[in-house]
Design a protein around this ligand. Sequence first.
Ligand SMILES: Nc1ncnc2c1ncn2[C@@H]1O[C@H](COP(=O)(O)OP(=O)(O)OP(=O)(O)O)[C@@H](O)[C@H]1O
Ligand code: SF4
Ligand SMILES: [Mg+2]
Length: 377
Amino acid sequence: MSAPDSPDAPDTPGAPAMAGAPAAAGTTAGAGAGAGSEARPAATAPLLAVEDLRVRFDTDHGRVQAVDGVSFTLRAGETLAIVGESGCGKTVTALSLLGLLPKRIATSTGSIRYQGRELVGADERTLRGVRGGEMAMIFQEPMTALNPVFTVGTQLREVIRRHRGLRGHAARDLAAEVLASTGIPQPRERLEQYPHELSGGMRQRVLIAMAIACDPKMLIADEPTTALDVTTQAQVLEEIRALQQRTGMAMLLITHDLGVVAELCERAAVMYCGQVVETGAVADLFRAPRHPYTAGLLASMPRLRGERVAELPAIPGAVPDLANLPEGCRFAPRCARAQARCENELPLLRGVSGPGESAYACHFPLDGTDPADTDHE
Ligand SMILES: Nc1ncnc2c1ncn2[C@@H]1O[C@H](COP(=O)(O)OP(=O)(O)OP(=O)(O)O)[C@@H](O)[C@H]1O
Ligand code: SF4
Ligand SMILES: [Mg+2]
């Protein structure tokens, strides 16, 4: 989805600016219809703690529960992936963090605590204080996130003025510096160009530059490489990784591409129909997924398999209509392991104790145990 009308729309240029700082580890992620979702208590206070987040849209076409009980935490310096097929609520979750959902039709409940501040229901002043300097976002669609009538330089300087308080030469120099740091060729020349004069990869780098110009503690990157060719994808990912190492910022990386997750992330939350259905350390999820949906996503990722095959096994069927969800497990119509219980009872997210700190929402997980029997406290 494209970036919605932002209550924090920049004064002039269309800069969506938002988002770096210190490092550590250990995210828990969860969701599920009201499930007791945190896998284990965190050792230290997280930068961001999302709990039982729910987002509903009331539109002329009906009511949609786009996010349905999502919980996760993110620590300073950590990278958490949110993965899942199209329409599962990844972008809506991200936009909720920044208070950028269209207020007329969106209702959010639950809790989003950023460094102790509650953001659900916060006033615009609080949200403005968080956007950009604290949390920055690289939007999913670079062309809609950039303002076509202003040069890249004007848009970048505006972000720098707003979030760093710099003008004139200082703003110009920083604009060139952050743009150069994204690996874009001839950064000073690019500043004079308009978005339409740049390739998709360059536009994406401009958005990255706008985000990091704010020197955020946390970066939300929504499908930062999906629109790019494979070579450019790899370059942009490398630039993001290098930036994160330099600045120590935490990152929430939204993607449907598990290859990107493997490259960049320590932990992941797999979303399906507005809920987290599995979460854990990336290495564990990839080695031994418990949820059939996670396994299906993994099976359809060619780059993870290290082999070229004519046709990869796609998950059969389609994501159900969010306005008309099955009563039991939302994945049941597509799941080869589904049984009668799955049709009637929505599985809750349950944690698995152990060093990997993971959780899944499935009555018949792939390791053969019943999650109801596992201790998740
Ligand atoms: N402004 C809106 N008004 C009504 N429904 C919306 C709005 N924005 C999102 N939705 C609905 O919320 C659901 C989740 O959308 P979202 O954009 O978060 O999906 P996503 O996981 O980011 O998908 P993609 O991978 O395609 O970007 C979708 O069903 C979408 O139709
Ligand atoms: S609860 Fe049942 S239908 Fe749902 S993912 Fe698990 S086995 Fe499949
Ligand atoms: Mg999206």
